[in-house]
Design a binder for this molecule. Sequence first.
Ligand SMILES: [Zn+2]
Length: 157
Amino acid sequence: MKNKKKVEKLIKEQKLKKEKKTNKILFSIFIAFIFASIVFNSVYYFGCDIKCYYRENFLWDKEVPRNYVCMNGDKHKLHETKAISISNNIFYVCSNECAVEIKYHFSKLAYSKDALTGKFILKSNALVGFKSKNQSDVVYFENKKNFSNYYSNLKNN
Ligand SMILES: [Zn+2]
């Protein structure tokens, strides 16, 4: 009689242990699911910010994609900018206001100094780069050589 009770008790304990284990696994899956959905949502909602941050910090000595630049304010933008054609030159702007600005102040806004040589160049033909690390300001270069010299100068200083 005593033995039977003992066995029953043992079985009950084992059952409880198993249940606890299953609960633990379920809980882990639940946490993992919550975590995955947080990561997914962050990438979905902050994807642009993450990309923007990544470019300005890690690709700052690489060419800036023209379609992420507003050539009116000379800034690297969070969202893709749009191309506009002014007398057969393609410029990229973030808004209609910026497009109008360039159109009506063409002689002032369509040109920029080459950041290395200071020569005036048309932004639409120029290579676009970051002014410095961790900044959204962009500068323009006449050619690839000026571009790479500018950044090796920056790195050596
Ligand atoms: Zn703009």
